[in-house]
Write a protein that binds this ligand. Structure first.
Ligand SMILES: *Cc1c(COP(=O)(O)O)cnc(C)c1O
Length: 357
């Protein structure tokens, strides 16, 4: 029996996609070979890359003057790629709203004057700083944010309106809600949260900003080189790209990002409403900034939290343990988590409360 998998990443994928991949695994597109065995220059594989790019462009309404890249190294490698491609004046602003944005900022400092201009660390990252009141500096190369904070369960409602190019790590929410791509200079996302197995990272970058990477930038991290080579500069993470393309097809069939976003709001609403109605479970994020992808919560004690995680797993609700920095539980309810999975979790939470309150 398939479990309801609440892992923050790598995370659950649509069952129909897994089954489709399984069906065509031994013989991909009539090649007589698995997609993991063919050359990345094979026409059948090139078609997958092109289709994946076209679907991403369509589903996210990405303007034509943006490059769409499939690269490796995870979102963490982009923490370095961002300054290496953009930091011409040697100066960038970062908003720190969690562990990953802090790491991005620290990586930025290796390459230049990267400043943390706002942070929510004072309240253990349970809110997003007011973006209209941030002292952004003049003449920066970019402003970096993390739009959804996977570990702490917050997300931006409004994005900063800045003169400098806006760069966003959207790893844990890409394709979960509609965003106006034209407001961003660069969006990047590791795929293993909401799109595909680990291995591929999506980079969406405005072409007029990527033509001039810093001289020290490794070739593999030059977005321009990846763009000129249509993400096939070297051997790409073929299987992940293939799976991403299947997931994108699936998302299009479902009705696209608008439809997905409505489903996600509904799922998260069910869970938050239940948590708020209970005196046993608590989510400490400021309501306005609650993530619809990652929902951390606790019971009255760490002992009960541990028991909850264990009993939930025995009931087919797995990977609910919170991140080690936060403790408690975290339900990651990405695009591929069915409504029934969230309902099953709530039923289990009710039962656990009755037995332990
Ligand atoms: C998971 C995650 C990362 C790290 O991604 P890797 O692909 O493991 O490097 C970075 N940022 C956010 C927001 C994440 O959720």
């Amino acid at each position: 029996m398939r479990a309801y998998n609440f892992s923050a990443g790598p995370s659950t994928l649509p069952l129909s996609v897994l089954e489709e991949a399984q069906r065509e695994f031994p013989d991909f597109a009539g090649t007589g070979m698995s997609v993991t065995e063919i050359s990345h220059r094979n026409k059948a594989f090139e078609a997958i890359v092109l289709e994946g790019e076209a679907l991403l462009r369509e589903l996210m309404h990405i303007p034509d003057d943006y490059a769409v890249l499939f690269v490796q190294g995870g979102a963490s490698t982009q923490f370095a790629a961002v300054p290496l491609n953009l930091m011409h004046k040697g100066k960038a602003d970062y908003i720190v709203t969690g562990n990953f944005s802090k790491k991005a900022w620290q990586e930025g400092k290796i390459y230049g004057d990267a400043a943390c201009v706002a942070s929510s660390e004072d309240k253990t990252y349970t809110y997003i700083p007011d973006v209209s009141a941030i002292p952004f500096r003049e003449d920066t190369d970019y402003v970096h944010i993390c739009s959804n904070n996977t570990i702490f369960g917050t997300r931006y409602i409004e994005f900063p309106d800045v003169k400098a190019p806006l760069v966003a790590d959207m790893s844990s929410e890409i394709l979960s809600r509609e965003v106006d791509v034209s407001k961003f200079a660069v969006i990047y996302a590791g795929a293993q949260k909401n799109l595909a197995p680990a291995g591929v990272t999506i980079v969406i970058a405005k072409r007029d900003l990527i033509g001039n990477p810093l001289p020290m930038c490794p070739t593999m991290l030059k977005w321009k080189v990846q763009d000129e080579n249509k993400s096939l500069y070297n051997t790409p993470p073929c299987f992940s790209i293939y799976m991403a393309t299947l997931v994108l097809r699936h998302l299009k069939k479902l009705g696209g990002v608008k439809e997905m976003s409505a489903i996600n709001e509904y799922k998260a609403g069910l869970l938050y409403d239940f948590i708020d109605s209970s005196s046993f479970y608590t989510n400490s994020v400021e309501k306005k900034y609650r993530s619809i992808m990652n929902v951390p919560f606790v019971t009255p004690s760490p002992e009960l939290d541990a028991q909850f995680v264990k009993e939930a797993a025995a009931n087919g609700l797995v990977s609910l343990k919170g991140h080690r920095l936060v403790g408690g539980m975290r339900a990651s309810i990405y695009n591929a988590m069915p409504v029934d999975g969230v309902k099953a979790l709530i039923e289990f939470m009710k039962k656990f409360e009755r037995e332990n309150a």
